[in-house]
Design a protein around this ligand. Structure first.
Ligand code: FES
Length: 590
């Protein structure tokens, strides 16, 4: 690594050559306010001007997020002109910003408020006219509010980097500039996959998930049997909302919190994940042995399903017909569970806690309903659950570790837990497919070759007693597109493909806790590089702690088949647990 000698505030440092002043200053322990610069240059539009500093060799002040360090450079963050300019930049942003902070869901995580504090931008120095406000809330999962947008461009960069999609872009000119889908259409009229990655990087409340907390309040008021189920990835992130280090698993405290919030039953979606493996594994074996359409592609990520329906409708026969785990579990709650407890399905209100924003859309799909009744009535994100816990007055870290409710669907396997990380569905399925093909359990239970936590493609050839299954895994649509194009061109060598909408899988879902280095002073500087690995490890460690680690060994799953469903892929199972897809051009065409 080549280095350069610089001075910051008159103090000498050696830093890596090629860094920007902002990065170099951070490496030396200084915080220069910044907004549009994000994640190692993922977004570097240089547009917000809140990072201005004085540097020798430059004419005037420079934007530290784009200006590189040079040998002998002397940097003054504290130069009066720089301090003044940074404050003015923030005041200019605030002059056209909706300041209803007390009602903004980003309150507590707002980076604009953070830099306003840092720069001392307190007065309404530039109070003047405001640009026209546009609030898009027609889509099922996302809300876009131009009155809170600071035009940093982070959402535009994320949509492109994660998915190769350009759903969001700058529209209009000058004071009328906004960030929106093409021609200022609603998300609902665009091929947005509703993954929520743009929400994850938005520094303000301009992009948010559509909250469904109010629906839950209403269900309680109406006296419904309100049942909650939480997805595996939520336990790897919820603790972050309450000050735990990133990747701390909080399964027991989450169950305890949900119980105290008043839910009549508290279940883990891992049961539904085990059920998915029984159905999907059987479907795969059927296709392998009966000449079905291959490669078969997993279907539990609704962001990915949206992408497929918009862009690869010709490949729909490759998709597994299985519903996603929370939809399957919701369908079982409103049928088998309802029957066992003598409760009418109409009186049950199922809430899913998800790391995912697109699940809010998924539960609305007509194809998911059974006899016109939705499997799931409300979906809240990890962040929304944290809001519910905070408003209730519960002190999260004082909660005991409690277990999920055990009746009928309380058991789950380690295979169900790892659904939350890219490669997890594949590994869970392989554990069961191995058993089904050989009649015995694999000595080494894990399939390390399919593990990982980043976007990109992983592939492996799995030899199951002489039967070789070629598999591939992709997360983020940019990677998925490569595999899909191979299928379209007749060049795919795989039998089974796992695709997840968000890069890294559900642990990095659009509904997870925000990872904002500026707002996480106790996390290491490299947290943006390591958080996915840390959250993945939280799930792998829970898998290791489980006594049962294969879905087919979950006794309550086997009981469900014996008493109610018959066998995997039976007529009854298809009625409740499978769905269909169709090509479309916008949410309104569903
Ligand atoms: Fe440098 Fe925005 S952070 S210009």
């Amino acid at each position: 690594m080549s280095v350069v000698n610089i001075k910051i505030e008159g103090i000498s440092y050696q830093v890596e050559a090629g860094l920007t002043i902002l990065e170099a200053a951070k490496a030396c322990g200084y915080e220069i306010p910044s907004l549009c610069a994000f994640n190692h240059g993922e977004c570097n539009s240089g547009s917000c001007r809140v990072c201005l500093v004085e540097a020798t060799g430059a004419r005037g002040l420079v934007a530290s997020c784009v200006y590189p360090v040079a040998e002998g450079m002397e940097i003054r963050i504290s130069a009066p002109a720089a301090v003044e300019a940074r404050r003015r930049s923030v005041e200019l942003l605030l002059s056209n910003h909706n300041k209803n902070c007390q009602q903004c869901s980003k309150n507590g995580n707002c980076e604009l408020l953070h830099v306003a504090n840092l720069t001392g931008a307190r007065d309404n120095a530039f109070e003047g006219i405001h640009s026209e406000v546009f609030i898009d809330q027609l889509a099922p999962a996302l809300v876009r509010d131009t009155s809170k947008c600071i035009l940093c461009g982070r959402c535009i960069a994320r949509c492109s980097n994660a998915h190769g999609l350009g759903i969001l872009g700058f529209e209009n000119r000058g004071f009328n500039t906004i960030v929106s889908p093409a021609e200022n259409r609603s998300f609902a009229d665009s091929p947005c996959i509703q993954c929520g990655q743009c929400v994850n990087v938005c520094p303000t409340g301009a992009l948010m998930e559509k909250s469904e907390i109010g629906k839950i309040d209403e269900a309680f008021r109406a006296g419904k049997h309100v049942i909650v189920q939480a997805a595996p990835a939520v336990r790897a992130s919820l603790g972050e909302e309450f000050g735990y280090p990133i990747g701390t698993p909080v399964t027991g405290k989450m169950a305890a919190a949900l119980r105290r919030l008043g839910f009549e039953r508290v279940y883990d979606v891992n049961f539904g994940a085990d059920l998915t493996i029984m159905e999907e594994g059987t479907e795969l074996l059927g296709r392998l042995t009966n000449g079905g359409v291959l490669p078969m592609i997993t279907s539990c990520s609704p962001g990915w399903i949206n992408y497929a329906e918009y862009n690869y409708a010709d490949l729909i026969p490759h998709l597994s017909s299985c519903k996603s785990p929370h939809q399957m579990q919701g369908a079982v709650i409103k049928s088998y569970w309802a029957q066992e407890h003598g409760i009418a399905p109409e009186d049950i209100f199922v809430v899913s806690v998800m790391p995912c924003v697109a699940k809010k859309f998924e539960k609305e799909r007509e194809q998911e309903k059974v006899n016109g009744i939705p499997d799931v009535d409300a979906v809240i994100t990890t962040r929304e659950l944290a809001r519910m816990i905070r408003r209730s007055g519960i002190i999260f870290d004082r909660l005991p570790d409690e277990d999920w409710d055990q009746d009928i669907m309380g058991d789950y396997s380690g295979a169900g837990v790892i659904f939350g990380v890219t490669g997890g569905v594949m590994e869970a399925a392989l554990r069961t497919v191995y058993f089904k093909l050989t009649g015995k359990e694999k000595d080494q239970i894990t399939f390390e070759e399919v593990r990982g936590h980043d976007a990109g493609i992983r592939e492996a050839s799995i030899d199951i007693d002489g039967t070789v299954v070629n598999v591939a895994i992709a997360s983020g649509m940019r990677s998925a597109k490569v595999l899909l194009d191979e299928i379209r061109e007749g060049k795919s060598k795989y039998q089974f493909i796992e695709i997840m909408g968000c890069p890294g899988g559900c642990i990095n879902g659009g509904g997870q806790s925000y990872v904002r280095p500026a707002l996480l002073p106790n996390e290491a500087d490299d947290i943006l590089d390591t958080y996915k690995e840390k959250r993945a490890q939280a799930l792998y460690s829970e898998d290791e702690r489980q006594v049962i680690r294969q879905s087919h060994n979950n006794p309550q799953i086997n009981e469900l088949y014996e008493k109610y469903l018959g066998e995997p892929n039976s007529h009854k199972a298809h009625e409740l647990l499978h769905t269909s897809y169709a090509g479309r051009v916008g949410f309104n065409e569903v």
